[in-house]
Structures are given as C-alpha cells and as structure tokens.
Design a protein around this ligand. Sequence first.
Ligand code: SAM
Length: 211
Amino acid sequence: MRLRNVKGSRETIAANPLVICDITEKKGQWHEVFENSKPLYIEIGMGKGQFILEMARRNADKNFIGIEKYSSVLVRALEKCETFEGDNLRFIRMDAEKITEVFARHEVDGIYLNFSDPWPKDRHAKRRLTYRDYWSRYNEILKPEGEVIFKTDNRPLFDFSLEEVQAAGWELTDVTCDLHHSPAVEDNVMTEYEAKFSALGNPIHRLIARR
Ligand code: SAM
C-alpha cells in the first residue's frame, strides 16, 4: 500500500509521541521506551494500523510496535490512535529490511505479518516479507519460543511462504487455508485488508511458524 503523498506527513510523524524516531539507539532497550518489561510484539507492514491498535486495546499486558515503510500510510494509523488511551503502543517508520539494526537478538516475543505485499513478479521475490532472508532476520530478533504469524488471502504468496518457512528450517505449528471458518477465528483480530478481502468472499490463509 502506498497512498498519495500526504503533505506534511513527515512533520506530523516527527511530532507525534507515539512515533519513535531515533530507532537504532533503542536496539536492546525497547523496554525502556515502554518503561516496563512486558512482552514485545511487532507488526511489520502494519498499513493503516487497525490490527495493531485493536491488539493493543485488547492486550494491556503486552507491548506493541507497528512498523510501516511509508509516512503517508503511517499518518493514517496515527489518526486512528487519537482516542487511544493506553501506553502499550508505539510506531516506527522504517523498511523492514533493516529490522536487525533496530531490535536486538531475542528482543521480540512475536511478529505479525498481515497481508504483506505479494510482489508477484519472480524477480521481486526477495522483497516479499516471507522470503528466506527475512526468516534469518526474524530468527535473530525473535525469542527462541517466539512465533511469526502470517495472514493473507493471496494463495500464491501463501504457498511461496510455506516453502520459504520450511527452507529456512522453521517449524509450522499451525496452518489454515480458511481462517474465518476455523475455530481460531474466535480470537482473530481483523486487519483493514482482511476485512476488505473477506467481504469479497476470499478465504483467509494463516500460518504460524516457530524455530
Ligand atoms: N497489514 C495491513 C493490513 O493487513 O491491512 C496492511 C497491508 S498492505 C498490503 C502492506 C503494507 O506493508 C503497506 O502499508 C506497505 O507500505 C507495508 N510494507 C511493505 N513492505 C514493507 C517493508 N519492507 N517494511 C515496512 N513496511 C512495508
């Protein structure tokens, strides 16, 4: 998702206390940002933020960081947070390619990848957030018992991701090709894309992976 450039979005982001700017300095110190040692969950490519905001609302005992590449998208998430009163949610604008520069070894308890950009052309496969190089990065920052939870309605991307997970030596602990008609739907928090595509009748696929 790349929205048209939103005028002043960089300034809006810099002025918002929910957005952390000097991110490499926080590596290994994220508990200090939240001023507690609650478990830390991140969503990479959080778009307009519906999922991460609802997760933060439902789980006051956990900390959440939404990560988004584009300012024009991140400002939309910040607008949604105007009435949020919790202290367990922050945002970062960055390219996930550099994720290991921002989080230390085993600093993260869980990673959410929701409706990641599919990059359908073979020559762009390396850009997919479930490409094998990304699994090495997730391996570095995730706690040994931590999980990556990936949802998409895109079947080719899902099949690619299943192959990459296993090629990277991870274990699949749960796989469903129709999340909304499985018992797991009870605890499911919908993303913007999930709401849009499930309304069109597309089945939602989900995998959960751990080392
Ligand atoms: N997760 C949201 C949802 O399910 O509604 C948004 C999905 S949207 C298709 C994918 C989002 O990931 C976009 O906002 C895009 O800018 C962001 N994104 C893609 N590649 C990224 C990267 N390398 N680092 C950070 N964000 C990225």
